[in-house]
Write a protein that binds this ligand. Structure first.
Ligand code: ADP
Ligand code: MG
Length: 349
């Protein structure tokens, strides 16, 4: 069997550019080269698509985060597929390793659909819905999952009545946030207006939610031979002085760690795993997702969000949780590519 050419698409215009670069470096180092022939396609911060040499350092080096070099040679990506200097790149499958807007939100998936290129992960609809919490939440709820109660404000259209009678603290967050950008914990009405304004810097829609008190638990879902399977659950432990799992806690060294909780009542892990698969199916996800929950002190399981392309560095939550199940980073990559290759296109999905 000839090797399949896998294009790893990374970088991008979102705030998670560097994380995406590190994830790409991880995949390049772990992908099964007996079966796959990887190429690297980077998206620069300004949105240019370029061919990246495999010798490029895609890791933190001398304290510097990696990024896609603006001066690299451009590739063409359009409905005819991807080409470089007029030559087709002949991609069998694309791994869209992008987080946030213009990557995880259905846009790149749409391009692949038009170009007839298979790709890892969720399709256009699931990607777009998962990206927008104001759409994902009611779907979760309709499928029997608990969500934090709250309101959605649209820039320029919301009314004072919507924010009257909230129980504090609340979380104010952009509908399509990522990396906790634009998210604020608000303790009293006096601080609400500035938090809303801050949220609107990042998005035209902002959610206000009651603050859930409890542990933050994550669960990985991976499609394997057509079935969605849940990983062991992991708990986020935030070290140091962070009010919540904010941007600094997520990305500054040593600010967070994952633990595999062993003190949960019997049945809780299984219930969270089952809720994760329910959420995956509710949005019509494919390939993979990391589903994030709160487990409250009162024993409630509340879904927070679902990420269709979670952080994918070798030390990210998603690979770590699968590692706990005995599925190596390389094996996760292989399963994802195999799942993508086994699809016959969205029309027949
Ligand atoms: N309703 C809530 N109750 C408690 N904490 C919350 C709530 N909403 C968000 N948070 C905190 O903010 C973090 C980021 O919010 P989240 O909705 O996950 O957005 P993002 O897409 O940016 O990760 C969460 O990991 C959690 O720590
Ligand atoms: Mg989150």
């Amino acid at each position: 069997m000839s090797k399949k050419r896998v294009a790893i698409l990374f970088g991008g215009q979102s705030s998670e550019h560097e994380i995406s670069c590190i994830s790409a470096g991880g995949i390049l180092g772990a992908i099964d080269r007996d079966r796959f022939d990887p190429i690297l396609i980077g998206i620069t911060r300004t949105g240019k698509w370029v061919l990246v040499d495999q010798e490029t350092v895609l890791a933190i080096k001398d304290g510097k985060l990696p990024e896609v070099d603006e001066t690299l040679p451009a590739i063409t990506a359009d409905i005819h597929g991807f080409s470089y200097k007029g030559q087709a790149l002949n991609i069998d499958v694309l791994f869209p390793l992008l987080h946030g807007p213009y990557g995880e939100d259905g846009t790149v998936q749409g391009l692949c659909e038009m170009a007839g290129i298979r790709y890892v992960g969720s399709g256009v609809l699931a990607s777009a819905v998962a990206m927008d919490k104001s759409f994902a939440k009611p779907i979760f709820q309709a499928n029997g999952l608990k969500v934090a109660s709250g309101v959605v404000l649209t820039k320029g259209e919301w009314s004072a009545a919507q924010i009257a009678g909230l129980t504090y603290p609340v979380f104010v967050k952009p509908a399509r946030s990522g990396s906790s950008r634009g998210t604020t914990k608000v303790k009293s009405f006096a601080d609400l207006a500035s938090a809303i304004e801050h949220g609107f810097v990042f998005d035209t829609k902002v959610l206000i939610e009651e603050a859930i008190v409890g542990r933050e638990i994550e669960c990985g879902v991976l499609e394997s031979s057509g079935a969605a399977k849940a990983s062991p659950i992991g708990q986020i432990k935030i070290l140091g002085n962070h009010e919540f799992y904010d941007f600094e806690a997520k990305y500054l060294d040593d600010a967070t760690t994952v633990v595999f909780p062993e003190d949960l009542p019997a049945g809780v892990e299984a219930a969270i795993q089952s809720a994760a698969v329910t959420a995956f199916k509710a949005l019509g996800c494919e390939g993979l997702a990391r589903v994030d929950f709160f487990y409250t002190d009162a024993g409630e399981i509340v879904i927070n969000e679902l990420n269709t392309m979670p952080g994918f560095t070798p030390t990210s939550m998603f690979p770590k949780m699968w590692g706990r199940a005995g599925v190596s980073y390389s094996e996760v990559i292989t399963r994802l590519i195999d799942a993508a290759l086994s699809r016959s296109g969205h029309v027949t999905r």
